[in-house]
Design a binder for this molecule. Structure first.
Ligand SMILES: CC(C)(COP(=O)(O)OP(=O)(O)OC[C@H]1O[C@@H](n2cnc3c(N)ncnc32)[C@H](O)[C@@H]1OP(=O)(O)O)[C@@H](O)C(=O)NCCC(=O)NCCS
Length: 315
């Protein structure tokens, strides 16, 4: 069994460092899984119960093939990490997986894949630990603090009717994440369904790329080169199991829309208008149907969506 991950309070943003987090650091044990066995089986079943029905989890054979993967492939460093988290009594409380990818001397990019906190452990501080765990993984991989290091998550556009889409923004904003403006650097997750189904009627999911630039959490923009490094990293993983056409379509649109630097947006429920491009109502009509957009067809009123968000979520 590999040694537990050594997390430090410094891996969290100051806004997340609370007494609850100090307790959580002492209480939970986060351990990498690097080989098949009962620990893997339990964690895969845990993730599968949540993400399987939504078609958001790779097949067991795919993840088994990734376990322990770490090394240089085609000129870039690629490492896969699956982490299990146990409470003090040994109960499985959470899990996360991610890839670390670095081309040559370029930025270190961590692709945050799945994260799951068991219902009994929600808002216990474990969510924050699992958001920060990749920082410890980067340290262990040799990333230096003077190097550009970015944690990247694919997140759904904000829909006032979808509570999870808002909670995610609130939690990640406090954890130092902000989104690449999807009207400058558009993004869509490729269709994860089996190829035979996806090829007949591809349905990528329009999303935003949400980044935590370590040490630069307050930055209002990102160099376009960083946005491309993140997209390249997602392509590295997606090309292994998704259709090439979905990847080509999103890249072509990003090439057409991208400008340098790319503005970064933070959702504030008191002022949703300031981050309006993060709303489905604002961005879906701009996207082609090939990438899951509505190509000009309205998706509700932006002003109404902002009013609903303010009424429900503003402090
Ligand atoms: C997403 C998930 C990991 C977040 O973990 P969590 O323990 O529920 O929440 P966190 O501790 O991370 O929440 C951080 C902050 O977000 C906000 N927040 C979280 N849940 C909230 C809710 N239901 N209502 C309002 N605000 C909420 C709060 O500001 C919270 O901080 P606080 O508890 O100090 O007030 C967890 O809910 C989960 O596993 N969900 C199912 C799987 C999933 O959606 N995964 C993400 C996609 S891959």
């Amino acid at each position: 069994m590999p040694a537990p991950l050594q997390l430090s309070l410094d891996d969290l943003t100051p806004a997340e460092r609370s007494p609850r987090l100090v307790d959580a650091l002492g209480r939970f044990t986060i351990t990498p899984i690097v080989s098949p066995g009962p620990e893997f089986e339990e964690v895969y079943a845990f993730l599968d119960a949540e993400f399987g029905p939504k078609n958001e989890l790779e097949a067991k054979s795919t993840i088994l093939g990734w376990l322990g993967r770490a090394g240089v492939e085609d000129g870039q460093f690629v490492a896969y990490h699956l982490l299990s988290c146990r409470d003090a009594d040994g109960a499985l409380a959470g899990a996360r997986d991610c890839f670390i990818i670095r081309r040559g001397e370029g930025p270190w990019v961590v692709l945050l894949s799945h994260v799951l906190v068991g219902p009994a452990w929600r808002r216990s501080g474990l969510g924050a630990l699992l958001r920060a765990a990749p920082v410890a993984l980067l340290r262990a991989a040799g990333a230096q603090t003077h190097e550009e290091r970015v944690l990247a998550a694919e997140q759904e556009l904000i829909d006032p009717a979808d509570e999870a889409s808002i909670v995610r923004q609130l939690a990640y904003r406090r954890a130092g994440f902000s989104a690449l403006n999807p009207q400058v650097f558009p993004y869509a997750q490729p269709d994860f369904r089996p190829h035979a189904v996806a090829a007949a009627d591809p349905r990528p999911v329009p999303m935003m790329l949400t980044l935590r630039r370590l040490g630069l959490e307050q930055a209002q923009e990102a160099p376009a080169a960083l946005a491309w490094a993140v997209l390249d990293a997602f392509d590295t993983v997606h090309q292994e199991h998704c259709l090439a056409g979905d990847l080509a379509a999103r890249r072509a649109l990003a090439e057409a829309w991208c400008r340098d630097p790319v503005p970064m947006l933070r959702f504030d429920p008191a002022e949703p208008e300031r981050a309006a491009p993060l709303l489905r109502a604002a961005t879906l009509p701009l996207l082609p149907r090939r990438l899951g957009g509505t190509q000009g067809e309205p998706v509700g009123e932006i002003a109404e969506a902002c009013a609903a968000l303010r009424a429900r979520w503003a402090p």
